[in-house]
Every structure is written in C-alpha cells, then in structure tokens.
Design a protein around this ligand. Structure first.
Ligand code: ADP
Ligand code: ZN
Length: 673
C-alpha cells in the first residue's frame, strides 16, 4: 500500500505573506488550530495549523518540505481566534502572522513550545469563595435607567456607547453587566487604556469577582501572561479579563460582553509596530465573531463613537450626573499675556493662581497641577550663538533633566551629561528655556515652603512600586500638590482633590492635525473630572495665552455637546470618521532615497485609483534616530470599493518595500491616531 502523504499549512508569528507548508509524519493527528513545533531556518518555531491537505501545493519542491517536529499539547486555537487574526490583518493592512506575533510575543512563543510543568495543588483555588452578588452595589435610579437603555441596545444587537461624566458611576454599571454574563457562563473582556489600569479598579474587581478575575496588561510578566492564556484555554469556568489593548487577542471560549472603558483614549492605538490596531475597534471585531455585546464608555466620546451613534450603528445610553451629585466644576481661564503685562507672573504661575491654590491648601484640600512636558527645561539654548542644543540623531532640541543632570532626547532616547558648554560654538553660555514638570515642581516648592510637592511623570514612575507609592501618598493626603503629565488624567479618584490647574494650555493647541482639537478637549474634560468628586464642585484653572481659543470656548460654553460640534467640522472638512484615513510613512537614513520611494508610492496610489492623497511632506520632526522621514495622508471614501482599494495599495507598497529591502522602511497605518 502506498504511504499516504499529508501536508499542513502552518502560520508562523512572522511577517510572511503566506502560511508555510510542512509534511506531517504518518500517524500524527492534527486539525485547523493545532499548535505545532516546526523547523524554521534550522531553529524550532511555534506555529499553528491552518489547513491539512492530502497533496502538496503545486509548484513546491517536495524534497524541500520539512516535517512537523512536534504536535504541542496546548488545546487548539479556536476558529474565532484565527478569524480575528485574519480580520485584523485585512483591516489594518498587515499579515495574519504579524497579528499572531502581537498575540504571542517572543517570550510567550517560548513558553508555548516548552510549557512549564503544571503545579498540582488545585485545592487552594477550589477553596476560594465565589463573591458574586454579595459585593455588587445597588444601582442608583440613574444607573438603572442607563442599564435599561444599554439592554435595549443589546437586544437590537447593537454596540452601546455609555456617555457618562466622570464620577457618574459607569464602572458600577459595567460590573452589573459583567456579573450577569459570568452567571450565564460567558466570558467578559474589560478593556482599559494603558495608563488607567489602576490599583483601585483592580481591587474593586477582585472584591466582586474573586478568582474569576484575570489581569493582563503591559506590566504583566510573560509567565503570568502564559498562565492567563492557559487558564482561558483549559479551564471551562467563565472569566472576566481586565486588560489593556492586547487582551483582545486572548483565547476567550465564549465571550458574552466586551467593555471598553475610556473608549476615546489614544493609547488604545498601537502605532509602533504592526498590527497598528486600535484595541477598541478590534474589540468590536472580536465581539462580532463571538456574537457578544459591546459597551463603550467615556466621559468624552470619540468622534468615531458619536458618528456611529448618529448613523444608528451604535445605541446610546447616558449618565449625565455625578453619582454623589454636586454641581459641574467651575472653570476659570487666566490670560497669561495679560498677567505678564501687569507683572503678575511669578515664574510659570500667575499670582492669581498661586493665591487660589493657597486658599485650597489652607482649607486642607489638595491640588493637581498639569504640565504636558516632562523634564526641567524642554529646550536649552546658547546665549552666545543662539543655537538650541539638538539631538545628534533627530531634528529636535534636547530636554534638560536636572534630577540626573542630563540632556536627553524624548524621541530616540539619546542622552548625555549636561554642561554649560555649547556644542556649536564652544562658549560656556547654555541657558534653559521653558519649564517642564521638574521645574514646575521646584517653583511650587519655593512658592509653598510648608507643603509637600511631588511629581508624577515618566521619570518618577519608572517602577510600578514608585508609581503606586505616589498614588497611595496622594490618596492618604501625604502630598499636597501633585505635578503631572498626561499620566494624571485617568484612573485617579481622590476625595480631597479640590483643584486642577493647567500651567499652560497653549502646549495642547500647538500640535496641528485634524484630531488636535478633539484631543485637547478630551484632555481638558478629563482634567476637569479629576477634582471635586464627592458632592462639592471641583475647580479647573487654565492659564493660557489664547483665552479665546475655540477649544476653551467650547469647554466653557458647550459643556454638554462639544464633541458633536467637532463632528460637524469633521464632516465639513471631509475628515475621519466621514472618510477612512491611511497614512504612509517612509524612513531612510539616506534622504534622497526617501523622496525616490515617495515618487513610486505616489504612482502606486494613482494606479489603484486613489484620488485624495496629500504628500509627500516632511513632518514637524523630520529626522529621528538618523532617519529622514516623509509622509502621505490618504483619504478613502467609505464605500464598497474601500477594502479592495486598501488591499491593492498594500500589495503595491509592499512590493516597493521589497524592492528597497534593507534600506527604506515604509509603514502603512490605517486609522492613524
Ligand atoms: P465613573 O466610572 O463614571 O468615573 P465611578 O464608577 O468611579 O464613576 O463612580 C464614582 C463614585 O461613585 C465611586 O466612588 C463609586 O464607588 C461611587 N458609586 C458609583 N455607583 C455607586 C453605587 N451604585 N453605589 C454606591 N457607590 C457608587
Ligand atoms: Zn534623538
């Protein structure tokens, strides 16, 4: 009897166009989804079987096909998982292998190939009590009404946007819905933005869900991640996963609900490596594969979510009032230019602001001070020759960090010791310009000698323990004034915080792209929500050179529906979500080649029928890490043709990149943030 030869198509966690063919040794049983170890350039690699076939693909050299080395014992990947990888690859213009790699990083791949021995003591886990129903709070009337609306939306099989001001009790509504799903034996995904994964939230979820809760975020170690994956695959008990964006790729058995809190948040978007996906939108794809419900929550919904509400694709529920009541925060705008004219500035602060802060502190309350730039001085400049000190690899000024006496580049990480000597003209004449968080902290210490001032930014929160200590100390009232960057805008809930001050709103208005107003407005609204959380109105004080800036006007005048108006503008100017945007970024250490490649991309875009393309243009920071950068911005109408045009563009651009292999990097980003 002739030996029957079988072959398998195996997907590898790499940027390969197709799956690779391997030979299956006689008698081995595999199916779509089976995890296997296969040889790849002489090394064992993790793969997942996509297809089993009885003949080799035509045109393949049979003797070159290598055998599968091992069938792994992990339960197979589900059809939903594999479909999600395909859907994400199609939408975000990358390969399924790249999505596979996002789901299983190098560390996880190793553990899949060599799983740790399972520990046998299962007693402890079984002994843990089931907490549900006991610790859920009773919902307020407002919350019950919102819940009803959410259920109505789900009944129509629509994702629901829960638009609720900060402190309105959205979290409690999520928990009720999650508990229901778990009781019905279905899994729940609870997504939060990268920086919002607060200890407070985790503890709240632990109290309600006990060991049904699994946590999965960027600070989860590889063995912990593996355990989460393994638990979901092997243990049939329903789970709730609290996680950041990559948790969308977890192997849920039967997802019942996906919650995306702070759905507008930019950190849902992965923009450094493929797949350049948005966690919120991927959660929508995941939920649709599982036929699960989706609840998006925000105090400042994205234009995308509002667009979907308008078009009837999403349903809307609202929580317009704070749970503990209290009036809306008081907003005060201080004109920095006027204060300067009247000699009313002391360093970065107007006298008026300092006085108001003093009053808050005297009343035993706390103040949060927001400054968007970390470092001591964002720029140092030579007084002799006028040159700012720039990064040798990027076209940006270096920032001065006093705490470790270095000049550092926030783009490429280059740093060097600080000295007063100008690298351009050699004079000892460097002076600091502007003030970042470190300088602000110092100024506040000087202005409020008896008070404790602390700083919360990327420099002071490098370790999780340092970060948690700052949060604990602020919560316990050991810190009077906390200075921070964007990191302080979410997941902070402090009872005694009575005022938030923005040193300079102008830095929020400096970036100019079609999303900058939306972003500034969201940030200001989030900051507004930080203070006065228990019945008392909070206070937001904004210093700015542009008191008439439209964003500020909106914040004050149209507190209810500012984002809806932004949406109208997007429509007028034909921006997303009314069109699909794709950016293409070209990078090369040789500038001439950048423009050469750009010309080819332009031709490719023409060839696939793209009409609305801007560029190539050099971005504001046009050299980073020694590479020259140019960009295109493409708008595509949202019609049936869209997917075809995207794919055609992708194929052509990939071909151009292959032709320049090793020199030029070309990055395609769908829905750039
Ligand atoms: P949001 O997520 O909308 O910002 P939270 O869920 O954090 O709001 O709620 C704000 C505050 O109100 C929290 O301190 C929370 O514990 C409290 N809270 C919300 N809902 C309830 C409830 N039903 N019973 C008791 N306390 C609640
Ligand atoms: Zn640099």
């Amino acid at each position: 009897m002739a030996e029957e030869k079988r072959y398998v198509e195996v997907l590898l966690p790499l940027k390969l166009k197709d799956a690779l063919t391997y030979r299956l040794p006689a008698g081995w049983e595999v199916a779509a989804g089976t995890w296997v170890q296969v040889p790849l350039r002489g090394h064992p690699a993790l793969g997942v079987v996509l297809e089993v076939r009885n003949s080799a693909p035509v045109g393949v050299n049979l003797s070159a096909i290598e055998p599968v080395e091992e069938v792994l014992t992990a339960p197979p990947a589900s059809p939903c998982e594999l479909s999600l990888w395909r859907a994400v690859a199609d939408y975000y213009l990358c390969t399924p292998g790249e999505v596979f790699r996002a789901a299983y990083n190098a560390g996880l791949q190793k553990l899949m190939l060599n799983p740790p021995k399972p520990r046998t003591s299962r007693k402890k886990e079984a002994a843990k009590a089931d907490h549900s129903d006991t610790v859920l709070s009773e919902l307020s009337l407002d919350q019950q009404v919102a819940l009803e609306h959410i259920r109505e939306g789900f009944a129509q099989r629509k994702p629901v946007l829960l638009h609720g001001v900060t402190g309105s009790g959205k979290t409690e509504v999520y928990l009720h819905l999650a508990a229901e799903q778990l009781q019905h034996g279905r899994d729940v995904l609870y997504l939060v933005p990268e920086i919002a994964i607060s200890q407070q939230l985790q503890q709240r979820l632990e109290a309600v869900f006990g060991d049904k809760l699994l946590v999965y975020h960027s600070r989860t170690t590889v063995p912990q991640r593996f355990k989460v994956i393994d638990t979901l695959r092997r243990d049939p008990a329903p789970r709730i996963v609290l996680g950041t964006r990559s948790a969308v790729f977890l192997p849920f058995r039967k997802l019942g609900l996906a919650v995306v809190d702070e759905e507008h948040d930019r950190s849902y978007k992965q923009d450094d490596t493929a797949p350049r996906y948005n966690g919120r939108d991927t959660a929508l794809m995941l939920a649709s594969l599982h036929k699960a419900d989706v609840l998006l929550g925000s105090a400042t919904p994205s234009c995308e979510a509002l667009f979907n509400v308008r078009s009837g694709k999403f349903s809307l529920a609202e929580l317009p009032n704070r749970f503990y009541g209290g009036s809306a925060p008081v907003i005060e705008i201080i004109d920095t230019a006027k204060a300067l004219r009247l000699h009313n500035m002391e360093g970065s602060f107007s006298r008026k602001l300092l006085k108001e802060m003093a009053a808050v502190l005297d009343a035993g309350k706390q103040v949060l001070v927001f400054r968007s730039r970390r470092a001591y001085a964002p720029v140092v400049q030579c007084e002799a020759c006028g040159e700012p000190v720039k990064c040798p690899h990027c076209n940006v000024p270096l920032s001065y960090h006093r705490f470790n006496s270095t000049l550092s580049c926030h783009y490429c990480g280059y740093h060097r010791p600080y000295s007063l000597r100008c690298p351009s003209c050699d004079e000892l004449a460097l002076v600091e310009r502007g003030s970042g968080t470190e300088k602000i902290e110092e100024e506040l210490q000087a202005a409020f000698p008896g008070r404790t001032v602390a700083r919360f930014d990327a420099d002071t929160t490098q370790s999780k323990t340092a970060e948690q200590k700052l949060i604990r100390d602020f919560a316990a009232g050991k810190i009077d004034i906390l200075v921070g960057t964007q990191m302080v805008t979410k997941g902070f809930d402090f009872e005694r915080l009575a005022m938030t001050a923005i040193v300079s709103a102008d830095s929020l208005f400096a970036v100019q792209d079609f999303r900058s107003d939306e972003r500034a407005l969201q940030l200001l609204t989030q900051l507004m929500g930080r203070s006065g959380r228990r019945g008392e109105p909070g206070r937001l004080v904004i210093q700015t050179f542009q008191p008439d800036h439209p964003v500020l006007q909106r914040l004050v005048a149209e507190a209810d529906e500012p984002a809806n108006n932004l949406l109208d503008e997007r429509k007028t100017f034909n921006y997303p979500p009314y069109v699909r945007m794709i950016s293409i970024t070209v990078k090369d250490s040789y500038e001439g080649r950048v423009w050469n490649v750009c010309r080819l991309i332009r031709e490719a875009a023409d060839a696939v029928g793209i009409r609305d393309i801007a560029g190539p243009t050099a971005p504001a920071v046009d050299v980073v890490g020694g590479e020259h950068i140019a960009q295109f911005w493409i708008k595509l109408p949202r019609n049936r043709q869209l997917a075809v045009t995207k794919k055609a563009l992708y194929n052509r651009v990939e071909q151009i990149e292959r032709d320049f292999k090793g020199h030029t990097s070309i990055v395609i980003d769908v829905d750039p943030a």
